[in-house]
Design a protein around this ligand. Structure first.
Ligand SMILES: Cc1ncc(COP(=O)(O)O)c(C=O)c1O
Length: 411
């Protein structure tokens, strides 16, 4: 028998990130900081390699009233002003075009996980990209779901809409419902962002398949505030959802982790839209139960922090300005790496913006390439079908010459 439930017996996190982070820090002790290139760090750091904490956010948090932090939240689904502000921040001027619901969740992770739980039954299949954030698979296992993957890119390095349609259609045929995850913009780990016409094709697939059942799309927008084109433009594609069939629901998984650089506060949310109010009401009812049944409520101070900043034009502008300086920094770092990669013939997935660049490496060569890089004191992270270079955590000077060096080492 044993102490574990049957479904928990084979739960086992293989943490490739932790192992590599440890190797990098051991190397720094042994060889000195300057002689190690550590591109494992998935958090934003400044040009001195220091963890970024936005002053415009810390100041507000420091001045919150004790009563804004210590008590429970106003309700299981979150504080009212927080829910109002995340709807408005996530959807912008598109908010009034749809039926809209929102709940606060512990980070973006809580949003993704509760969506899997409330949309799919155990043994049903979740559709995710073949290259993507690792925890999607862990969360699927947590909810006893199966996984199917669509190819993220076609041979032209564009979003592979054919694969997305084919896999969606197979799942719709077999289970009469589809839940698919997209992580846009600033896809983790490739840095891809979809174009307006790629989004249009997604809506087309959702509508075509909704003849046979409900199509639910989860867009993980953890990095939306790092899109180079800015607030309005990065939300422009949402306009296309006005064409969605009433059988569709779109869930945006929002996270304050990157938006405020407050990873440890554990504040995020699901903002969900549909052209049929009943879908939003049903989804809300189930999620309210999940909030109470799993985490009870989200830290009040984190919610207050976000709503205080977003509802005040001056505070909001200050934060936007500070964050934008990091968007520019990421642009600068990506240019350094990508221009050299191009010159050296080092293949990368189609990066547009965001925290990570991923090298295209044949699966059978990934371990060998990592070993070779480690031997030269370069520490990146293994991901599905590639090797991730975290430009977010690495000062520009450490990125200079890196692509050429990598090409020389791995061939
Ligand atoms: C792609 C992606 N989605 C969601 C998250 C959610 O993070 P959190 O739960 O801290 O909001 C992360 C954080 O690393 C991420 O990279």
């Amino acid at each position: 028998m044993g102490i574990l439930a049957k479904r928990s017996k084979d739960k086992n996190i293989i943490d490739t990130v932790f192992t590599m982070v440890k190797k990098a820090s051991d190397a720094k002790v042994k060889y000195g900081e300057d002689n190690v290139i550590d591109v494992t760090i998935g958090a934003l750091c400044d040009e001195n390699g220091k963890f970024t904490i936005f002053d415009s956010v810390s100041e507000v948090y420091k001045n919150l009233d004790k009563m804004d932090i210590a008590p429970y939240a106003e309700s299981f689904i979150g504080n009212n002003d927080y829910l109002r502000e995340i709807k408005s921040w996530v959807l912008g001027k598109h908010e009034e075009k749809f039926s809209v619901g929102a709940i606060a969740t512990p980070g973006g992770s809580g949003s993704v996980s509760s969506t899997l739980k409330n949309i799919l039954d155990p043994e049903e299949t979740l559709l995710i990209p073949n290259i993507g954030w690792g925890p999607y698979k862990i969360m699927a296992k947590e909810h006893d779901l199966k996984i199917e993957t669509y190819e993220l890119f076609n041979e032209k390095d564009e979003f592979n809409i054919e694969s997305f349609r084919k896999k969606s259609s197979e799942i719709m045929k077999s289970q009469g419902k589809v839940l698919a995850i997209i992580n846009d913009p600033c896809h983790n780990p490739t840095g891809y962002s979809m174009s307006g016409s790629e989004w249009e094709s997604i809506v087309e697939v959702m509508n075509d398949l909704s003849e046979d059942g409900n199509y639910i799309l989860l867009n993980d927008i953890a990095y939306i505030d790092y899109a180079v084109k800015g607030y309005e433009e990065s939300r422009k594609y949402m306009e296309r959802f006005t064409d969605l069939s009433p059988k569709n629901l779109v869930v945006f998984s929002f996270s304050c982790s990157k938006t405020l650089t407050k990873y440890g506060l554990r504040v995020g949310g699901s903002v969900f839209i549909s052209n049929e109010e009943k879908n939003v009401d049903e989804y809300m009812r189930a999620n309210e139960f999940t909030c109470r049944g799993i985490w009870s409520n989200v830290p009040k101070g984190g919610m207050k922090l976000f709503s205080t900043i977003q509802s005040d034009e001056i505070l909001r502008d200050k934060l936007t300005k500070e964050r934008d300086s990091y968007v520019k920094l990421l642009e600068k770092r990506s240019k350094i790496f990508l221009e050299e990669a191009y010159e050296a013939g080092l293949e990368v997935y189609p990066y547009k913006e965001g925290f990570f660049i991923t090298l295209k490496i044949e699966d059978k060569k990934i371990s060998e390439s990592l070993e070779k890089l480690n031997r030269e004191n370069i520490y990146p992270i293994q991901v599905a079908h590639g090797i991730r270079i975290a430009i977010c955590g690495s000062p520009s000077k450490k990125l200079e010459g890196l692509a050429k060096k990598i090409k020389k080492i791995i061939g």
